[in-house]
Ligand binder design. Sequence first.
Ligand code: G
Ligand code: MN
Length: 394
Amino acid sequence: MTVTPELIEQGIAQDQFLFHYQPKISLLNGKPSGAEALLRWLQPDGTLTPPADFIPIAEDAGLLPRLTAHMFPHLLRDYQQIRALHEPGSESPIALNVSASDLDGTRLLRLVRDAIGEGQIGCDQLQLEITEGVIVAEGNQQVDRTLTGLVAAGVKLAMDDFGTGFSSMNTLNRLPFSTIKLDQSFVRQMERSMKSATLIKASISMAEMLGIKTVIEGIETEQTYHALLHSGCNEAQGYWISKPLPLEGYIAFLNSRPSWPCSPVGMLRMAQLTHTWQHKLMVDSVLSLLSKDSAERTDALEQLHMDHTECSLGRWYYGEGQHFADNPDFVALEAPHQCLHDSCNRIFEAVRDGAGPDRLLPLLETLGDHSGEVHRYLHRLETRCLLESFQNNS
Ligand code: G
Ligand code: MN
């Protein structure tokens, strides 16, 4: 059947659209971590039409905002059934795909705010996926305002198909995304191309340094899954985990309490990475102060100061890192990490007193030694986890 705008309008009037749900899982614990809602059109003759066959037509005809507004209550209704299945304390947000025309107005924002205000869905249970290309192409102020309003309402934004647009970095810089979804095309090429594999790893590292979560899409084989297990990516989605499922199927999926291979190694590697960068950034900042006068030095040092619970490693250590609380190497790294901060404080004092390179050299060397010790424990922890992960998953 040829899809026309009139047929789509009729489909809306007759309520012929529904969502399928494609699960995502956490690579840290191997458990379901949410799902992406994907639109389907169940036509009267029984054909299930995929979005690629009608979304572009709806978009061109200006019908998409209506279709999205029509479907949002369906999403909330489906969610009522899904929320009952959550394990205590675990979140399984659902992600809705929206396009620029949905954001170029206030309708979606009002719907979302009302639903949250009325307690139909928690703001942490709803994500919006937006294709990068769409936003960049628009560069539209209303779109930016809607996105900012959604974030103010507590909703998380995911940049879909990351890496395929014209200006991924610019978009990331401009808008408050909390997640990026690495495009399937990189995953598809990863096994044949070192360059694609490196782009994936580098994108994950970049996101980590920005405090942004990552999802890898399009995982079709066990081999690909295992190749990404230690990448530091947070979540995985793809046919190997599950195809998009009708609501009943997704409910059955959650009820079966499924699990996949998992590993804390990726998280650990990301903690090492951010710690390394923060350390180097601190050293650079201190050195740049040597050419400044005393007042400027004092102001800048106040900005730089942080204790061992505030730096990136500290936040990880007393937060997510507690996953390793029973591990002796994890316990052992607390002491050198505190020494590292004491060492930083001595450097700050020296700089405040007007110290030059000669006085700083031994202090920076000591700092480096403490940092080396922190790294030694992190490496040992990593090696143990790698071997455990190998035993558990093979
Ligand atoms: O770009 P976006 O994330 O919205 O794309 C999701 C689309 O990708 C859905 O239509 C979904 O069915 C499809 N999809 C999800 N996982 C896979 C996969 O492993 N392989 C392929 N080829 N398509 C997938
Ligand atoms: Mn999507």
